[in-house]
Design a protein around this ligand. Structure first.
Ligand code: HEC
Length: 84
C-alpha cells in the first residue's frame, strides 16, 4: 500500500509541474531565440497591448500562425516584452 501512495504522489507531482508549464506564455513555444518575441513586438510598432492584439489579429501577414493564441496571451506577451 505504501508503494501505491508513492506512485500517486509522483503522478500528482508531475501533474503540478505540467500545470505550471501550461501557464507559461504559449508564444514561447514558437518564439525561441531564433525567432525572438521582443524583436517581433518592437517591429510590429504596437505601443499598447490593445494595439498588439489588433496588429496580430488584423494587420500581420502572419495572422494565420496566431489563430491558436488568445487575446489574453497577446496582452500578457506585451506586458512582458513590449515595453522596453
Ligand atoms: C504556432 C507558432 C507560433 C505561436 C504560438 C506564436 N507565434 Fe508569433 N510568429 C510565429 C512565426 C513563425 C512568425 C514569423 C516569424 C518570422 O517571420 O521571422 C511569427 C511572427 C510574430 C510577430 C511578427 C508578425 C509580423 O507580421 O511582423 C509577432 C508580433 C508575433 N509573432 C507575436 C506573437 C505573440 C504575442 C504570441 C503569443 C500570444 C505568438 N506570436 C505566438 C509563430 C508563432
Amino acid at each position: 500500500m505504501k508503494k501505491l501512495a508513492l506512485v500517486l504522489a509522483l503522478i500528482l507531482g508531475l501533474g503540478g509541474i505540467s500545470l505550471l508549464k501550461a501557464q507559461e506564455l504559449p508564444c514561447l513555444k514558437c518564439h525561441t531565440s531564433a525567432n525572438p518575441l521582443p524583436d517581433k513586438i518592437k517591429k510590429s510598432g504596437a505601443k499598447s497591448a490593445a494595439e498588439l492584439v489588433e496588429f496580430i489579429r488584423k494587420k500581420s501577414p502572419k495572422q494565420a500562425l496566431h489563430k491558436t493564441v488568445t487575446d489574453e496571451d497577446i496582452k500578457k506577451a506585451f506586458e512582458q516584452f513590449g515595453k522596453k
